[in-house]
Ligand binder design. Structure first.
Ligand code: CAO
Length: 249
């Protein structure tokens, strides 16, 4: 078969914006940090909340709960919800948690943000995510939907893959990429009958739902220890979702 003719395409519109933003991001010294999260508790919570969400006309994926956990963790690590000045002379800690969600659309990558996640319930976040997803798929997001993001999550696992190396969305200083949730073997404690018929706990290989997260942060202003502590808190919320209730305001 003959090779097809070469084709040169101009980079315009969203593609042009991606050239500019990603080139700017690559000048920032950043570091990566990964961890894995056991999602069985969150799966059970979503199963319970899904009918309630549906009765209010809301489609509930895992993202709204992940976004709420992010906002609750940012309450404890507010320095990560920040913008850095172009000349790196100052950092502005942002009061609102306007968390961007990277979206794969027919026109390319676009990152609208959910305003004030700190003040929204999980179902309100879900409702807003539904709205943004609907507009993004039709190419109808407003400038306001796209402006003012303070932190970003990219659920690349919705398409596939476990780890990623996300690129900062400057002037934001941190971003997280979420991998595909998978059922995999892990060690866990199982209750079995002991010698006298009394229940005892035994370590066995058990099935767990695992989701990986890959964070990237601007190493000029964020140190690895802060990112690790933030990630630990975020992981704790997702693995024990009832703990989110304790910190809701
Ligand atoms: N692991 C397992 N299942 C996942 C998943 C994951 N990481 N992410 C989504 N799913 C599931 C959802 O729970 C949903 O299942 P149900 O039908 O049972 O509810 C289904 O897949 C479809 O989810 P969705 O994609 O419609 O919704 P979402 O809220 O999870 O994600 C969005 C929304 C916009 C983040 C996603 O659609 C998307 O566009 N992801 C791609 C992001 C991207 O391109 N990042 C790269 C940026 S750098 O170039």
């Amino acid at each position: 078969m003959l090779a097809a003719a070469d084709e040169t395409r101009p980079l315009r519109g969203l593609a042009r914006i991606m050239v500019k933003t990603m080139s700017a991001a690559w000048t920032v010294p950043h570091f990566g940090y990964c961890d894995e999260i056991e999602m069985d508790g969150l799966i059970a919570l979503r199963d319970r909340l899904k009918p309630l969400a549906a009765s209010r006309g809301v489609k509930l994926s895992y993202m709204p709960m992940i976004l709420k956990a992010t906002s609750l963790a940012l309450n404890q690590y507010p320095d990560l919800n920040a913008h850095i000045a172009a000349d790196a002379s100052e950092v502005t800690i942002r009061g609102s948690h306007n968390i961007g969600v990277a979206m794969d659309t027919p026109r390319g990558l676009i990152v609208p943000n959910i305003k004030d996640c700190q003040a929204r319930s999980i179902l309100e976040i879900a409702q807003e995510l539904n709205r943004l997803q609907g507009l993004a798929s039709q190419g109808k997001l407003s400038e306001d939907d796209l402006a003012g993001g303070t932190f970003t999550l990219s659920n690349i696992g919705a398409i596939g893959g476990t780890y990623a190396s996300p690129v900062l969305f400057v002037p934001q200083i941190a971003i997280g990429a979420i991998g595909k949730m998978q059922r995999v073997p892990r060690f866990g404690l199982v209750t079995v009958d002991g010698p006298n018929g009394t229940p005892v706990q035994e370590e066995q290989v058990v099935a767990k739902h695992i989701m990986r997260v890959s964070w990237a942060a601007d190493h000029r202003v964020v140190d690895g220890a802060t990112m690790a502590r933030f990630s630990n808190q975020w992981k704790a919320y997702l693995e024990e979702p009832m703990s989110m209730v304790a910190d809701l305001r």
